[in-house]
Design a protein around this ligand. Structure first.
Ligand SMILES: [Zn+2]
Length: 380
């Protein structure tokens, strides 16, 4: 059986169509579904079908539109035909046994959310709008990697999709736009602090959709950026607080959790920063963070501080910065154990590195790419 009907000729139907075309399937019937199918047999070149039509022709089919609910029961009844025909293609393509119903659910939900944003803005709050506006486009011909699973950030059944081989920055969740290191951090957070939603969390220099997820899910989440020329401790226009990590304005033992994502490789005085973070954490509190680590190497400083003056030891390298187009200078390339030792010695906290090795579970959480380690320092 080499034919498949894409039932639903809208945007999502079109994506399905492209998907199967990208599997080099030529015999695809791409059909509209319409309540008026009895009168209207085709729209342009595209035929119009009903569910009964699909059954009668006996082809496997994919329900691509929100009409899925309407025919979901029948779909389940016919699941065997459907699976036998579709499953193997998807298997070949994705390299896992992700099921087509799951894909339907992904696209159906996406469609609903996207439509909610376009046709009925009131159905989405502002955070949702921001999140959905940054969902990556689905262009299967250009994807270098696709894998199905559950996203640790948005908890949705989703597809992870990359259009670039540098997965660390480009392997995104189709639902929330998260990238691997954010998913790794979220997974560690869930494991280390299962009640994080009820806790007092502070994050320094957050970026991307994970910031919106935290804002939505944790009432006591606050965040900060540092603008050198603004007063410390005041609220910024972007909703954050102006804070210098070397000199935080928070009281001792304020937070349960302190998060930094890819910040520690840019600071001038790491010991000072870590000491300040430790000071503002409650006993038992945790600094959960990511930074590019080279576990089998020794730390390489790229700068030297003479008082407040920064001197380059090695040629400058810059990373993206959420509040500056100029980027942030990389000040340290952190090694593994000497870094943990430095944290423990300067703060008295106990630290460990959490790794995400290649495994089915990690693949299904979209955890692939370089520098996926998460460091957890606990205040004892
Ligand atoms: Zn997600």
């Amino acid at each position: 059986m080499n034919q498949i009907i894409i039932y639903g000729a809208g945007m999502i139907g079109r994506r399905y169509y492209d998907f199967f075309k990208s599997l080099h399937m030529e015999d695809i019937i791409y059909a509209y579904c319409d309540r008026n199918y009895k009168e209207i047999k085709s729209i342009g070149e595209v035929p119009v079908y009903s569910y009964d039509d699909l059954k009668n022709v006996g082809y496997p089919f994919v329900i691509a539109l929100i009409e899925q609910e309407e025919v979901c029961v029948q779909l389940q009844n016919d699941a065997q035909t459907y699976y036998d025909s579709v499953e193997s293609w998807i298997k070949n393509y994705q390299g896992n046994d992700n099921d087509p119903i799951r894909m339907c659910a992904v696209y159906r939900n996406m469609e609903r959310k996207v439509n909610g944003g376009i046709e009925n803005e009131n159905r989405l709050d502002n955070l949702d709008k921001e999140i959905y506006a940054s969902i990556p486009d689905l262009n299967l011909d250009k994807a270098v990697k696709i894998y199905g699973g559950i996203c640790p950030c948005c908890k949705e059944k989703t597809l992870f999709i990359a259009y670039d081989h540098w997965l660390r920055d480009y392997y995104k969740c189709l639902f929330c736009g998260s990238i691997p290191r954010q998913r790794a951090l979220m997974k560690v957070l869930e494991r280390e602090m299962p009640n994080w939603k009820d806790m007092k969390i502070h994050e320094s220099s957050p970026s991307g959709n994970i910031l919106r997820i935290f804002k939505k899910q944790c009432a006591q989440y606050t965040y900060s950026y540092w603008y050198e020329n603004e007063a410390l401790g005041v609220e910024l226009q972007n909703g954050g607080i102006n804070e210098n990590l070397e000199n935080l304005t928070f009281e001792n033992e304020t937070f349960d959790i302190f998060i930094t994502q890819d910040v520690l490789e840019h600071v001038n005085h790491p010991e000072k920063v870590l000491t300040e973070i430790a000071r503002t954490l409650k006993k038992g509190g945790k600094h959960i963070f990511t930074t590019p680590l080279y576990p089998f190497k020794k730390t390489i400083p790229r700068i030297k501080m003479e008082g407040d003056k920064r001197e380059l030891i090695l040629p400058p390298i810059y990373h993206g910065n959420p509040i500056s187009g100029e980027g942030s200078l990389v000040t340290y390339e952190w090694g593994g154990y000497d870094f943990l030792e430095m944290i423990d010695e300067s703060t008295g906290m106990e630290s460990k590195i959490v790794e995400f090795p290649n495994s089915k579970e990690n693949f299904e959480n979209g955890l692939e790419g370089d520098f996926l380690q998460v460091i957890v320092s606990t205040k004892v």
